[in-house]
Design a protein around this ligand. Structure first.
Ligand code: SF4
Length: 364
C-alpha cells in the first residue's frame, strides 16, 4: 500500500540509464563515479547507508566534479565513526512522542511522513534512519500524528521534513497539507526539501499546486553549492514562488564543498538569483562517519566574517549549531560587539561611549 502513496517516478524510475537515479555501487562503477578498485569498499558502505544520485546531480558531477560528488558518492571513510559522533546527533528519537513527530520547541513540531530522499547525502544527520526502505508512515500512524498535533494547541508551526516530503504524490501531499491547515492553532506550515535542486522535474505544476493552501506555507530548499541552482532548479522554484510561497535556503558548511568565502558567496548569490533567501548555514552535525566534512566553528565564523560587507545582507544566513544531544539550535556566527568596542565589516574597531557609539574618529 505504501508504494502507491509515493510519487511513482521515485519508486519506478523510467527512462534511459542517463535519466535514472543511480542506487547501487555497481551502478556508480558503471557510470564511472566509483573506481572499479573501490567496488568492494564502497559496497560495504552501501550495505550500511543508502545511496542515490539523481540524473541532474550526476550531470552536475560531470560538470563540476568534487564539490558535488563529495555530497553523494559513498566513501569508505563513512564506516569509521569518530568518538564524538552519534547515531542520533540532534536527539530526534528522545523527543518523539508518537511515530513521525518530533517536538523539541514548544511552538513547533516536526512531522516526518516518510524517510525516503531523492538523493542520499553522505553527511546527513539522519543517515541512520533515511533510506529507500525507511518507509512511509502508515495511514494509522499518520492519523495518530495528526491527532497528536490537534491535541497540542501550543504548536503553532508544523515542519514537514523527513526524508523528503516532496517525494509524496501530489494527492497525498495535498491531503496532508489540507489536514494541517485545518488545525485551528497551526498558523504556519513549512516544507524542507532537497527535491527542487536534486530532482527539479519532480516539482511539476501538480506538486507545486498542493502548496497553495489557506495558511502561510514556507518552502525551505537544502542546497550546498551554487551549481545546484540550475535553470531547471530555478524553473521548479518559480512554479512554487508564483503561488506566493516564500522560499528560503538552508545549507550545511562542508569541507571540500563550500568551505571557502568564494564558494559561500557564490552559493548565497545563486540563492538570491533564484529568489531564495539564505536562512540557515548549519554547522555539521556529528553523525557517524561524517568527519571528512567537518569544518571547525572558528573557520566557519571567519568565513562568514569575510562575507560581511562583501555581499548584501540579504545573502547572509544565520550560522547555527544544533547542540548535540537535542538541546536546541543556537546562532554561532561571528561577533562584532565587544564590551567597549564594535568591529566594522573590514576589521576596524570603534570604541563605544555610553549607550551609543562614539562616532567617526573614535577608532581603537
Ligand atoms: S536529502 Fe536531507 S534527509 Fe535526505 S539524505 Fe540528504 S540531508 Fe538527509
Amino acid at each position: 500500500m505504501a508504494d502507491t502513496l509515493i510519487h511513482d517516478q521515485m519508486r519506478s524510475p523510467r527512462g534511459s540509464d542517463q535519466t535514472r537515479s543511480l542506487r547501487s555501487t555497481d551502478a556508480l562503477v558503471a557510470a564511472g563515479l566509483v573506481a572499479p578498485a573501490m567496488r568492494d569498499a564502497v559496497t560495504a558502505v552501501e550495505a550500511r547507508y543508502a545511496v542515490a544520485v539523481t540524473a541532474p546531480m550526476r550531470a552536475l558531477i560531470a560538470e563540476h566534479g568534487a564539490p558535488i560528488a563529495r555530497q553523494f558518492i559513498p566513501d569508505p571513510a563513512e564506516l569509521v565513526t569518530a568518538a564524538h559522533e552519534r547515531a542520533d546527533p540532534i536527539g530526534d528519537d528522545a523527543l518523539s512522542p508518537v511515530p513521525g513527530i518530533v517536538h523539541r520547541y514548544p511552538d513547533r513540531a516536526l512531522l516526518k511522513p516518510l524517510l525516503v530522499c531523492p538523493v542520499y547525502c553522505r553527511f546527513c544527520f539522519r543517515r541512520e534512519h533515511v533510506g529507500p526502505d525507511g518507509g512511509l508512515l502508515t495511514e494509522a500512524q499518520l492519523n495518530t500524528a495528526l491527532d497528536w498535533l490537534r491535541a497540542h494547541p501550543a504548536v503553532r508551526e508544523v515542519i514537514l521534513t523527513g526524508g523528503d516530503p516532496l517525494l509524496l504524490s501530489p494527492a497525498r501531499l495535498g491531503r496532508l497539507l489540507a489536514e494541517l491547515a485545518a488545525i485551528p492553532h497551526v498558523d504556519i506550515l513549512r516544507i524542507h526539501s532537497r527535491v527542487p535542486v536534486a530532482d527539479p522535474g519532480r516539482l511539476d505544476d501538480a506538486l507545486a499546486a498542493t502548496m497553495d493552501v489557506e495558511k502561510p506555507l514556507f518552502l525551505v530548499v537544502h542546497a550546498n553549492h551554487a551549481a545546484e541552482f540550475t535553470a531547471d532548479a530555478r524553473a521548479a522554484l518559480r512554479r512554487v514562488q508564483r503561488l506566493g510561497v516564500p522560499v528560503l535556503g538552508q545549507s550545511v558548511l562542508l569541507a571540500g564543498v563550500n568551505d571557502s568565502a568564494a564558494a559561500l558567496e557564490a552559493l548565497f548569490r545563486a540563492m538570491l538569483a533564484a529568489r531564495v533567501k539564505p536562512y540557515y548555514l548549519h554547522q555539521l552535525d556529528p553523525a557517524p562517519g561524517t568527519a571528512r566534512f567537518h569544518v571547525p566553528i572558528e573557520r566557519g565564523q571567519a568565513l562568514l566574517a569575510e562575507l560581511r560587507g562583501r555581499v548584501t545582507g540579504l545573502a547572509w544566513p544565520t550560522y547555527v549549531l544544533d547542540i548535540p544531544g537535542g538541546h536546541g539550535k543556537v546562532p554561532i556566527g561571528p561577533q562584532y560587539l565587544g564590551p567597549d568596542a564594535v568591529a566594522d565589516p573590514w576589521g576596524g574597531r570603534h570604541r563605544l561611549a555610553g549607550p551609543k557609539l562614539a562616532g567617526p574618529g573614535a577608532s581603537v
